[in-house]
Design a protein around this ligand. Structure first.
Ligand SMILES: [Cu+2]
Length: 125
């Protein structure tokens, strides 16, 4: 094999190896992103692969009816945990989320430790 061919083979091997370090991706959520749900008692985020137990989320209320200039209000009183399938991060809430709009900021690591972050928005009707 000449030098450029062996470099090519090396590059191909790296390309094949890299998916092992890929970030997990959000594949589904409840409530569904950019939709409105009624009285959700939990927020769950399902990922493309197993996630580390350190994965977590913040739920922040952005607006509510009848309140102008609502400051971002972090919902408290829950801890997020990884479900039995290892791919879903679940926040069981102490009470249903009030009517308003929300953003969920999540931080999840794959089982190889590669971190990923993202957010979803939804509304409660
Ligand atoms: Cu509020």
């Amino acid at each position: 094999m000449n030098k450029s061919l062996s470099l090519l083979a090396f590059g191909a091997a790296l390309a094949l190896a890299s998916p092992a370090l890929a970030q997990v991706k959000l594949v589904a959520s409840t409530p569904t992103a950019n939709k409105a749900a009624a009285k959700p008692m939990a927020v769950s985020l399902t990922f493309s692969d197993k996630i580390a137990s350190t994965s977590t989320m913040d739920i922040v209320m952005l607006t509510m009816p009848g309140m102008k200039d609502h400051p971002p209000m972090k919902i408290s009183g829950f801890t997020a945990g990884v479900s039995a399938d290892g791919k879903t991060l679940v926040a069981k809430l102490p009470r249903p989320l009030p009517v308003g709009t929300y953003v969920v900021n999540w931080r999840a690591a794959g089982t190889d430790g590669t971190p990923a972050t993202g957010k979803i928005n939804f509304a409660v009707k």
